[in-house]
Design a protein around this ligand. Structure first.
Ligand SMILES: Cc1ncc(COP(=O)(O)O)c(C=O)c1O
Length: 390
């Protein structure tokens, strides 16, 4: 495989000025990150600060309702409320050892921003977070959390004022601050080495889930399912299962309003090959290569591109990618809350919704869903739906 590629996807399509920090990061991965000292320190942080291993939870009520054995890998129980903390703590530790003083990042739902601000506080580093102005509004609780943790939050007013635009601004900022700053990229997309780095830092999710599931059931699950924005929680959950051919890997993208011709965030289902944020992958684009606006009720899924490893897994037929619309995700949010006492993030609700929507085809199967985060941050958005149900 060509360096930095997954099959035909990946690479480093960046301006020349971004090559030095990417090469510096690649070198740090090859030297610092592989060392026993780093791995031991990272494992201790995950145990003592994140709360790993996260639980594996069986859902008895919902399983009974739908005729599918539903298991959840509980990344929602992590410190700061989502899987993002695994990645940010790993990158912050690496950056500290590289001698960097600042963490720079982008955020959609705000969970990566909160997780990066938390890691910066822990490592005694500065932190700057770029966030689309639309997301600043719809995830205002997380903005307040980031500021309390000591981060500077910059609202991005360009483009659709969501995650894509926040990444553009953060990459621009990195060019001029690379000496002192590490770009703590929040998902398994972007130029090499980020898709590989983030995958390695999130792979703990699938490793734990595989071990816990086998220990409990004496066999592997039939399906491993996770929502896909940029793709970090899904690739983390999938990685340990890739060699297990009997396990069906299912990524779930956001179909937005679900109406024909509407905005969505489902590049693996509806996109074509192209380059965005330094990587070749599937994207939502016009015939002449303009990036199309994306939409999802889940801010963390609202991205017109996707990590290259997912495009490669799809092309190889090793994973399939479904999609779920806003209404179906909101229904799953409500159903999991009422039936199991677990309020999922709207992003994670897409993965649960895929199981609910496909229950007839999954009868009697054992399905493991990576519950990437908790839904406290989404209460304002879903309030009216809950009201309707009363
Ligand atoms: C809880 C949660 N799940 C999933 C995602 C989507 O990101 P990724 O596809 O990188 O896991 C986000 C992004 O903010 C998130 O906050």
């Amino acid at each position: 495989m060509k360096k930095g590629y997954f099959g035909d996807y990946g690479g480093q399509f960046v301006p020349e000025l971004l090559m030095p920090p990417l090469l510096e990061l690649e070198q740090a991965m090859d030297t610092i990150m592989v060392s026993k000292e780093f791995q031991d320190e990272f494992a201790a942080l995950l145990k003592e600060c994140v709360g790993r291993p996260s639980a594996l939870t069986f859902c008895p009520n919902l399983s009974h309702d739908i005729g599918v054995n539903l298991w959840l890998k509980r990344e929602d129980l992590n410190h700061t409320g989502a899987h993002k903390i695994n990645n940010t703590l790993g990158q912050a530790l690496l950056a500290k050892k590289m001698g960097k003083k600042m963490l720079l990042t982008e955020t959609g739902a705000g969970m990566n921003g909160v997780a990066t601000a938390t890691a910066a506080a822990m490592m005694d580093m500065g932190c700057k977070v770029y966030m689309g102005a639309v997301d600043v509004e719809r995830q205002s609780l997380n903005v307040r959390r980031m500021e309390l943790l000591g981060a500077e939050v910059v609202a991005v007013e360009s483009g659709t004022r969501t995650l894509k635009d926040a990444i553009n601004e953060a990459l621009r900022c990195w060019i001029s601050t690379q000496e002192t700053t590490h770009y703590c990229f929040g998902t398994a997309a972007g130029p090499h080495p980020f898709p590989l780095l983030v995958r390695e830092l999130q792979a703990v999710v699938g490793r734990e889930a595989r071990m816990q599931y086998v220990e409990r059931n004496g066999a592997l699950p039939d399906v491993v399912c996770a929502c896909v924005g940029g793709g970090s929680n899904a690739i983390g959950a999938f990685h340990a299962f890739v060699p297990d051919e009997s396990v069906q890997l299912v990524g779930v993208e956001a179909a937005g309003t679900g109406e024909p011709g509407c905005f969505n965030s489902a590049p693996l289902n509806l996109g074509t090959d192209g380059v965005l944020h330094g990587t070749k992958s599937k994207l939502l684009q016009t015939d002449d290569g303009q990036i199309m606006p994306s939409h999802s009720v889940a801010a963390g899924l609202d991205y017109p591109g996707v990590g290259p490893e997912h495009a490669a897994l799809q092309a190889a037929g090793r994973a399939i990618y479904g999609s779920v619309n806003d209404e179906q995700a909101l229904n799953a949010f409500k159903t999991l809350s009422r039936r199991e006492g677990i309020i999922p993030a709207l992003e994670s609700s897409h993965a649960v919704a895929w199981v609910l929507e496909n229950a007839d085809k999954l009868q009697g199967k054992n399905v493991l869903v990576n519950l990437s985060g908790r839904g406290d941050k989404d209460m304002d958005i879903v309030e009216h739906v809950l009201d309707q149900g009363e």
